[in-house]
Design a protein around this ligand. Structure first.
Ligand SMILES: Cc1ncc(COP(=O)(O)O)c(C=O)c1O
Length: 409
């Protein structure tokens, strides 16, 4: 091998050119991950990420659950396990669908995954062939855009209005193209914070039904509805055509990487094969700890605390927007979740706001990467779950100064 020596005598590995699969060239790097690297400095108040509040991760409870599992069933909990996941945990999830949403779900229709992000990859793998048509929200969840891009679909972004996807565009898209599936986040969407109304749910479910397509309902934020009043799942309207993805990241701890997918039997069969090929099964120890925690801690009380805290943080952020920002700025009023979506006045490009705000030690997320067909350069996503009230007040004061400075002629 032609290895050269550098001046200090160490061997230099020659740079090589590799060719990668064409799908990689079509898949964007996660802009958020890149931005978060910049915003990790401790002096920065960050509204850019999407992290839960560290104060609401029940470390003591999870420690006790882990200790109990290891003490009582250590060797089994550390063994290989089934692809579908720990049956009592799947039963727990099925029971919660019944009590929370009135849905009848069998544990056989549930597959435990490595976070709900893995559901998106598995769904892409089993549903999307190169050049297949899929519809998503505009703006859309970046992690889904990235996961699905690997399977090289033709994307049809459907604009989100304040009550859900634009039904006219939805109808036209399904009429004009052979759309196989729609992916959306009907509850407290990431990035916009929008929740679909019941009327919109019914209307677009009807269109999906007429075209025999699949509805992928990403319900990462379903438990974080601040009123506690849950809207119907699409499975209620489209029982045989809905795939639901769920997550313990927002109510337990994202580092446990626990999620799940609910799918009709024929889809489930394919998902299980894809999951086997991917990683055999999800982290079994995490599944056991999650189950122990869920059945011994006061999970409803814990979720209640998260809802109350985030509702307050949202209120503080909305109040600051109301009081400190110019009238030319508009924003959404999320009913739950973690994000407020801001539309800036003309002359305020979000990339410049990002750069100027960073100089004031505030990080925001420009909305651009959530639009796969361009656009969004006047939008920002602001996260309220990961900042205390004090930080929200200080950070929003600084941000309002930047916006007023840039927005004034
Ligand atoms: C809409 C949505 N779906 C899925 C995920 C993935 O979450 P996880 O893999 O932690 O369950 C996220 C994470 O923020 C999200 O916002």
């Amino acid at each position: 091998m032609n290895q050269r020596s550098s001046e200090d005598g160490r061997k230099k590995v020659p740079a090589r050119q590799f060719t990668f699969a064409p799908r990689m060239a079509k898949t964007p790097r996660s802009f958020i991950r890149e931005i978060l690297k910049v915003t990790e400095r401790p002096e920065i108040i960050s509204f850019a990420g999407g992290l839960p509040s560290p104060a609401l991760i029940d470390v003591g409870g999870i420690r006790a659950a882990a200790a109990s599992v290891l003490e009582h069933d250590g060797p089994a909990a550390l063994q290989y396990s089934t692809t579908e996941g720990y049956l009592p945990l799947r039963q727990f999830i099925a029971d919660r669908y019944r009590t929370r949403l009135g849905l009848t779900v069998s544990p056989d229709e549930i597959l435990i995954t490595n976070g709900s992000q893995q559901c998106l990859d598995l769904i892409g793998k089993v549903i999307i062939g190169t050049g297949d048509h899929i519809a998503i929200e505009r703006p859309g969840y970046l992690g889904a855009i990235q996961a699905f891009s690997l399977y090289e679909p033709v994307f049809h972004p459907i604009p989100l209005c304040s009550d859900g996807p634009d039904p006219g565009m939805f109808e036209r898209t399904f009429r004009d193209s052979p759309v196989k599936m729609f992916y959306g986040v009907p509850n407290s969407q990431n990035p916009s914070g929008i929740t679909y109304t019941d009327a919109t749910r019914k209307e677009i479910a009807g269109i999906v039904e007429d075209h025999g397509a699949l509805f992928v309902e990403d319900d990462a934020y379903g438990e974080l509805n601040f009123s506690g009043h849950a809207l119907p799942s699409f499975r209620h309207y489209l029982p045989g055509q809905t795939i639901i993805t769920g997550s313990f990241s927002k109510i337990l701890a994202p580092g446990m990487r626990m999620g799940w997918v609910v799918a009709p039997p024929a889809v489930m069969e394919q998902l299980v094969i894809a999951k086997q090929a991917s990683d055999l099964h999800s982290n079994y120890l995490s599944q056991r700890i999650a189950y122990e925690y869920l059945t011994h801690a006061d999970i409803d009380g814990h979720i209640g605390k998260i809802r109350a805290a985030y509702r307050h943080q949202r209120d503080v952020m909305l109040r600051m927007l109301e009081e400190q920002f110019p009238e030319t700025v508009s924003w959404t009023h999320p009913l739950g979740g973690m994000f407020v979506w801001v539309t800036l006045p003309a002359g305020c490009p979000s990339m410049e706001i990002f750069e100027q705000a960073l100089k004031e030690n505030v990080a925001v997320l420009p909305g651009i990467p959530f639009y796969i067909d361009g656009g969004g350069s006047d939008t920002l996503r602001l996260n309220f779950s990961n900042s205390t009230e004090e930080k929200i007040v200080t950070g929003m004061e600084r941000l309002s100064r930047v916006v007023r400075r840039m927005g004034s002629p």
